[in-house]
Design a protein around this ligand. Structure first.
Ligand code: SF4
Length: 190
């Protein structure tokens, strides 16, 4: 498997914000979002056993499988092995692929990116909000337990301030949504 990195930190975004978590970041993505700030090209080849051994070396139980786009590589057997090691498995996916057959993920966070969502089940829908004018109608038919809106980080402080204000206004007017912040950036941790 092509793994970009495995590291231990706090989950910075969404429902599990603040939770100590082992991040398994898979390389490769099927999209090219303009605001992407993730290196998904570099990787180390690792077996499922090596990934699980590395995950076991950290004290937390919460594992976040992320990318890139992790559905391009994950397998039911990797998730099985993580469960056998006592881990709780969250995935962060752009939703453009179904999860592999038999993949028993504990928490599915879908962050859709302008493409049709093919997932059968979503726990948390986390949408990056680029400001007024963004077409939000496409999310109305997606069923999830939680709907989170996250202001886009444009790397421009003034623009970010405006987007944050528009995000809050949107949530106040559409209260099915809750705010998600990239707290790891605010706190300057990984
Ligand atoms: S789906 Fe995620 S990882 Fe892939 S290009 Fe878009 S923001 Fe980057």
């Amino acid at each position: 498997m092509k793994v970009n990195e495995i590291f231990y930190s706090l989950q910075g975004e969404g429902h599990y914000t603040g939770t100590p978590a082992i991040f398994i970041r898979f390389a490769m993505c099927n999209l090219r979002c303009s605001f992407c700030d993730t290196d998904f090209n570099s990787f180390t080849e690792m077996s499922e056993e090596e990934i699980v051994e590395k995950a076991k070396s950290y004290p937390a139980n919460h594992v976040v499988i992320t990318g890139g786009e992790p559905t391009l590589q994950i397998t039911a057997s990797l998730i099985d092995k993580l469960h056998k090691a006592g881990k709780y498995v969250q995935i962060e996916t752009n939703g453009t692929n179904k999860l592999p057959e038999g993949c028993m993920i504990d928490w599915v966070t879908c962050s859709p990116k302008y493409k049709a969502v093919k997932l059968d089940h979503i726990d948390e829908l986390k949408v990056v909000f680029e400001g007024n004018g963004q077409d939000m109608s496409q999310y109305a038919t997606l069923q999830a337990s939680e709907y989170r809106l996250q202001p886009c980080d444009t790397q421009d402080a003034e623009k970010n301030k405006e987007i944050l204000k528009q995000t809050i206004d949107f949530i106040l007017n559409n209260p099915i949504w809750k705010l998600s912040l990239q707290t790891h950036k605010i706190l300057n941790v990984r």
